[in-house]
Design a protein around this ligand. Structure first.
Ligand SMILES: Nc1ncnc2c1ncn2[C@@H]1O[C@H](COP(=O)(O)OP(=O)(O)OP(=O)(O)O)[C@@H](O)[C@H]1O
Ligand SMILES: [Mg+2]
Length: 507
């Protein structure tokens, strides 16, 4: 008898078998001679540094990209390359980081797009709705299937994507950094769904940079480096140190190197910022050399507060002082001119010019507005320096940012802000999608910026990051500042209590 737990036994026929699979892009061998087997009912994590080839490998499997060489076998048959729809027909479903749902269609319509349950050519709406309800229930979503996808939260949209995989009776579900935009509660409930799929024999291929998560959900882990597989191991044979070593090829002593910066005068003072229901009377200050954390649940208003200070959204009331003088910020450009930088959490939407090169992107925020001429040589040297420092993986710094892996794009955004003379820097989820090695480097750079006397605001949903890096942590709850903790007062329980509005418990 095979219980769900023992399904992925050694004898079972793998769902997927990759044989010597390679993918070459101009100048990059993204996937290099990969051999891999995925068993039914296993959660198989793919880990590795930014640019290691994880996403590309998944795209080969879901037939978004055609392999340069090698064979892919699915359910014991050699798969021919016919594009994503064909891969779906073979039972391969992929949930992208940027979801692929149609926002202006209903949930039900999205679930059956192109495959409506039809009778004599007619779409049967009622049947569609009932079937949609069943699928949504299986992924733990209690919503009306008639709702428009655009009205759903990110976490809900992700569930719809997974329900869609169930709708096509996927045998293997690929999740590329699925928790990057989720709150802790949503992560736990995603894991419940994954466990359920697993117990039905569906294999999960899971890409993640979060070590804690890997140990919570994985059955086996495959580590990639430079397009090749370093090893595949059962999770029980790994610990964090070993995993990190396999990924980056060396030990990392300290993931969060907290710089001992001297804390000076108040640089930025924000008083009573209010914007509709989103921000209610928010005040805070941050000093030179200080790292102030913003904690809170997703949607609590942390990003909104940063955007308001940065002039990205209009405010109803409130005042902002920089170096003791009141300033009026009407636009992001005005904020940059005044000396305030904001590294957005939405790197694709706002942080980068995807069509331009790495070099141009890095120097974008600093290009002197007064000069019609740009000093190309200096620009390239600067870009090269930052690119080396952050270990940005690209065959050339002139390569279009679009071609870079997700994590390397994020590093370009960071490099860009390091180049400015900003006195105050907001980092919004800077570690999202970044590999462990680069994370440590980036936090060390953030520490260096503080040491230079800049004031830093660090927004993060990952508490260990805040607890280790910050001098003080401001906790937001429903658009308000629920409390500010100093280092002696730091504790996860306290932050969670404030973030969830349990004020008494925190007192
Ligand atoms: N469409 C493309 N054109 C050219 N090069 C590409 C393309 N897609 C990926 N690459 C390159 O292939 C390599 C592997 O990229 P991939 O996106 O698979 O990395 P990854 O492991 O998913 O990294 P990350 O953790 O940063 O998401 C990188 O060097 C990347 O620049
Ligand atoms: Mg990737």
């Amino acid at each position: 008898m095979s219980s769900p737990e023992t399904r992925s036994s050694q004898t079972e026929e793998p769902i997927v078998r990759l044989r010597n699979v390679s993918k070459e892009f101009p100048g990059v061998l993204a996937v290099d001679g990969v051999n891999l087997e995925i068993k039914p009912g296993e959660v198989h994590v793919i880990a590795g540094e930014n640019g290691a080839g994880k996403s590309t490998l998944m795209k080969l499997l879901s037939q978004v990209e055609r392999p340069t060489s090698g064979e892919i076998w699915i359910s014991g048959e050699k798969a021919r390359f016919h594009g994503p729809r064909h891969a779906q027909a073979l039972g391969v479903a992929m949930v992208y980081q940027e979801f692929a749902l149609a926002p202006d269609l209903s949930v039900a319509e999205n679930l059956f797009l192109g495959r409506e349950p039809a009778r004599a050519g007619l779409v049967n709406r009622r049947e569609e709705r009932n079937r949609a309800r069943e699928l949504l229930e299986r992924v733990g979503l209690d919503i009306n299937p008639n709702r428009l996808v655009s009205s759903l939260t990110v976490a809900e949209q992700q569930r719809v994507e997974i329900a869609k995989a169930l709708a096509i009776q996927a045998k293997i579900l690929i999740l590329d950094e699925p928790t990057a935009t989720l709150a802790e509660k949503e992560i736990e409930s995603l894991f419940e769904v994954i466990r359920d799929l697993k117990s039905h024999g569906i294999a999960i291929l899971y890409i993640s940079h979060r070590l804690d998560e890997i140990f919570r959900i994985a059955d086996r882990v495959t580590v990639m480096r430079d397009g090749r597989i370093v090893d595949t191991l059962p999770v029980g044979e790994l610990d964090e140190d070993k995993l990190v070593r396999m990924m980056v090829g060396r030990d990392i002593e300290n993931l969060y190197p907290k710089a001992e910066a001297e804390i000076g005068d108040v640089v930025l003072r924000v008083e009573g910022i209010t914007r509709g229901d989103v921000l209610k009377d928010c005040s805070f200050e941050v000093r030179a050399g200080e790292i102030l954390g913003f904690a809170g649940l997703v949607g609590a208003g942390r990003t909104e507060l940063a955007r308001a200070v940065f002039g990205a959204d209009p405010i109803d009331s409130g005042r902002i002082e920089l170096d003791g003088r009141e300033i009026r910020i009407k636009s992001p450009q005005a904020a940059i001119d005044a000396g305030i930088g904001y590294l957005t959490e939405d790197r694709k939407g706002e942080g980068l010019a995807l069509q331009l090169g790495v070099d141009k992107n890095i120097t974008l925020a600093t290009l002197p507005a007064w000069a019609g001429l740009v000093n190309l040589k200096a620009e390239r040297e600067t870009a090269q320096h930052r690119s080396d420092q952050l270990n940005i993986r690209t065959p050339s710094i002139r390569r279009r940012v679009q071609m870079l892996s997700g994590g390397n794009q994020q590093k370009v955004v960071v490099a860009k802000w390091l180049e400015t003379n900003a006195k105050v820097l907001f980092f919004d989820e800077p570690a999202r999608g970044i590999d462990v090695g680069a994370k440590a480097e980036m936090f060390s750079l953030i520490g260096d910026l503080a040491k230079e006397g800049r004031a830093i605001v660090l927004i993060s949903s990952y508490l260990p990051e805040l607890l280790n890096m910050c001098d003080r942590i401001l906790v937001m709850h429903e658009g308000q500042v629920a409390g500010v903790l100093s280092r002696e007062e730091f504790s996860e329980e306290r932050i969670v209590a404030l973030a969830t509005g349990a004020k008494e418990a925190a007192a």
